[in-house]
Design a protein around this ligand. Structure first.
Ligand code: PHE
Length: 340
């Protein structure tokens, strides 16, 4: 009996089904009421006592082998029905699933968030569809300001009060309306401008806004915060330079350059041989803006800044064309991996 079972085991081992019908015949032959397994269990009663244990185990192995074989083929045949592939070759190696990579803008955004989280900034997001109040009026934009022009702003056709936000500064207003100082937050998000698409500009891009409101916040705090950020982001030798500028919602206002991280300030075509590249706008929050949000400017002061994520990413990765970030060309995207 033992040799018989062993013969069957070998047969099962080498059995291959070429379709659901032959698998069914195989099942009937072994597992039906009058099949081989049932027959063997009948004969098992006659096996003398001393051999019972070994033969019994072998018989169970046989039964399991048949069941496993049938299960395997059933799954494969079901799969074939799903894929409609009748030439499925089960011996072929499976397709290699390539792991994805994070988008470079997402990597840079996380890095910025992490740098500011380390000095106590929380992260908040605001809506991409805004009203005039949050995007312009509360930020002190006079009615005739050019940024409100159709040329720069996407309006919702049916309602001139609704815009696609042109900057994340709108989230400053939303936050100050909701929260009492001290406020120490950054606001990352997508912004929209009615601009011609070129290597340097896109109609959709991303910004990170920063806002710090408390008692006795000064320009020195702004400067130190931005120096800390620049060195964390671009390396500890990075220098910063603040140039006076104008934004309706900050006073005084400045634009910040960093020493060119590509040529270390020696001069190259990225920094146009000046040694400096502009990375953000900033300033002290205008008292009129605080008042618009019911924060007393006699008690509180604060600073704000805003930077473009694409700009930081272009400098960090030395990418000269902003459009590459939006084309989803895998040959481009595969080159980026998380720094840590
Ligand atoms: N919102 C400005 C821009 O989009 C940047 C900015 C933010 C400037 C905060 C000053 C303070 O250009």
């Amino acid at each position: 009996m033992k040799t018989k079972i062993e013969d069957y085991l070998r047969e099962i081992e080498s059995y291959s089904a070429n379709g659901a019908d032959s698998l069914e015949q195989f099942r009937i032959r072994f597992l039906s009421k009058k099949g081989i397994i049932a027959d063997l269990f009948d004969q098992f009663r006659e096996v003398p006592g001393p051999q019972k244990k070994e033969t019994g185990q072998l018989l169970n192995t046989l039964k399991n082998a048949v069941q496993t074989k049938i299960e395997q083929y059933r799954e494969a045949f079901e799969q074939q029905v799903v894929t409609g592939d009748s030439n499925l070759d089960l011996s072929l190696p499976a397709d290699f699933l390539e792991p994805g990579t994070r988008h470079p803008l997402s990597l840079i955004r996380s890095e910025i968030v992490k740098i500011f989280a380390n000095i106590g900034f929380t992260v908040t997001e605001g809506p991409e569809i805004e009203d005039d109040w949050h995007n312009f009026s509360a930020l002190n934009f006079p009615p005739e300001h050019p940024a409100r022009d159709m040329q720069d702003t996407f309006f919702i056709e049916s309602d001139p009060d609704i815009v696609l936000r042109t900057h994340t500064s709108s989230v400053q207003i939303r936050t100050m309306e909701k929260e009492k100082p001290p406020i120490r937050s950054i606001f990352p998000g997508r912004v929209f401008r009615n601009e011609a698409i070129s290597a340097r500009a896109h109609c959709i891009f991303h910004q990170v806004e920063g806002l710090y409101i408390d008692k006795n916040v000064s320009f020195t705090d702004l400067k130190q915060t931005l120096l800390y950020f620049s060195r964390e982001m671009f390396g500890s030798n990075t220098q910063i330079r603040l140039r006076p500028s104008y934004f309706p919602f900050t006073e005084p206002s400045a634009e910040m350059d960093i020493s060119c991280n590509i040529c270390s300030g020696k001069g190259c075509n990225i920094c146009k041989y000046t040694g400096w590249v502009e990375i953000l706008g900033c300033g002290m929050v205008d008292p009129a803006v605080l008042e618009n949000c019911h924060i007393d400017p006699q008690v509180y002061t604060g600073f704000a800044f805003g930077m473009g994520i694409e700009r930081i990413a272009m400098l960090k990765y030395i990418v000269r064309d902003i459009r590459l970030y939006f084309e989803n060309d895998l040959r481009f995207l595969r080159q980026f991996v998380a720094a840590s």
